[in-house]
Design a protein around this ligand. Structure first.
Ligand code: PMP
Length: 387
């Protein structure tokens, strides 16, 4: 198949070839790549819970009781009491009437958007929304109107320009590659004033934002004002699985209509047990969020002093913009030589000419470790003539 080889060559020529780095240790602030011990600065494991002994014990206990595979989709034989417990717990955490699990955040986004919208709908979508929202919008067949990233004036104009009975605004809560938070208060205001539905994917806010860590709805004090909240258990919550939280009727509707829910084998009991446990930890260990926030503020200030182009972000996702894909890869490789692991993010994940290092912090990174990273960035940046 020559077209495949040609395509791969083109990807390589443009500096966009992707390869795995295989971990041989746990997802924690230090991990192993082969035999090399590296400081992990690029994980979504914000609270550093992926290797927490309580979660591992919970998984083990669930395996002993329920075995390993779920064996079927939720509507056939794959529904366990544990799924029900977790859905209730998520609804309680998110302060909604009900919640429904999906196998991943990706599947939740696709399932929700396609279950709600069809060609009669108009979907207003932020220009930097996650790929899974974009894919859901495309699959739905609805008219997609992309508004400029977090630009409420542009959104307002587009809402006025595209009249219709069935309209919806869909946005990330925290943008995964830029780390900024959507102006949800303003989005909700616009939605209410114009009678639009609101869908928010809070993959990166869940477990992190707000006093209780429940996400961007709490952060903006918008209880009961966002129609559909999507999230994932795979980031701060250190597990796997997506979810949707909202009204009871929404959840029942999705059980009947969301194809990515209906036609896929349920999450395994061990995974559910981990999520149940990590939700308890997030509720009871606020100090983890506090430390993450402290680290974020301190690190961002120090990073700016080095002279790199750093995007203004108010979360633990800190984008260091390089521009060229090759240069971003080189910087990542130089850091790896210094035992620091930060992935280079390149198109198509980010727009052309905005390749970057996506630095993410964890609650457990110490000042010494962060200083080591800053020093590594300084040395590598100077060696490569970037600063
Ligand atoms: N939404 C956003 C904003 C994300 O960043 C991600 C993960 N990259 C997802 C959804 C998908 O979540 P999951 O990894 O659970 O499929």
């Amino acid at each position: 198949m020559r077209f495949i080889d040609e395509c791969l060559k083109d990807i390589k020529d443009r500096g966009l070839y992707r390869e795995f780095k295989f971990l041989s240790g746990p997802q924690s602030k230090y991990t192993l790549i082969g035999n090399k011990r590296v400081l992990l600065m690029t994980s979504n494991n914000y609270l550093d819970l992926c290797n927490d002994v309580r979660l591992k014990d919970a998984a083990e206990a669930a395996i002993r009781t329920y075995g390993v595979g779920a064996g079927g989709s939720r509507l056939t034989t794959g529904s366990y009491e544990l799924h029900d417990q977790l859905e209730k717990k998520i609804a309680d955490f998110k302060n909604t009437e009900a919640a429904i699990l999906f196998n991943t955040g990706y599947m939740a986004n696709i399932g929700v958007v396609t279950a709600i919208a069809d060609k009669e709908w108009i979907l207003f979508s932020d220009a930097l929304n996650h790929a899974s929202i974009i894919d859901g919008c495309r699959l739905s067949g609805a008219k997609i109107v992309v508004y400029k990233h977090c630009d409420m004036e542009d959104l307002r104009k587009k809402i006025k320009a595209y009249e219709g009975k069935k309209r919806c605004i869909v946005t990330d809560g925290v943008f995964s590659m830029d780390g900024d938070i959507a102006p949800l208060d303003k989005i909700v205001e616009l939605a209410k004033a114009n009678n639009l539905l609101t869908v928010v994917d809070d993959a990166h806010g869940t477990g992190v934002l707000g006093n209780r860590g429940t996400g961007c709805v709490e952060y903006f004090n918008l209880k009961g004002q966002v129609d559909i909240q999507i999230g994932t258990l795979s980031k701060a919550l250190a597990s796997e699985g997506g979810f949707v939280a909202g009204s009871k009727s929404l959840v029942t509707y999705l059980r009947h209509k969301a194809r990515s829910f209906i036609y896929s084998t349920a999450l395994s009991p061990a995974t559910i047990a981990v999520s149940l446990c990590s939700l308890d930890i997030v509720k009871s260990e606020k100090d983890r969020r506090d430390r993450l926030l402290e680290n974020t503020k301190w690190f961002q200030e120090e990073l700016k002093k080095l002279g790199f182009h750093v995007l203004e972000s108010n979360t633990a996702i800190i984008p260091l913009i390089i521009g060229s894909a090759e240069k971003a890869t080189k910087l990542s490789e130089k850091l790896f030589e210094k035992d620091i692991f930060i992935s280079a993010i390149r198109p198509p994940t980010v727009p052309d000419h905005t390749s970057r290092l996506r630095i993410t912090l964890m609650a457990t990174h110490s000042r010494e470790e962060l200083k080591y990273v800053l020093n590594g960035l300084k040395e590598a940046g100077m060696e490569l003539g970037m600063i």
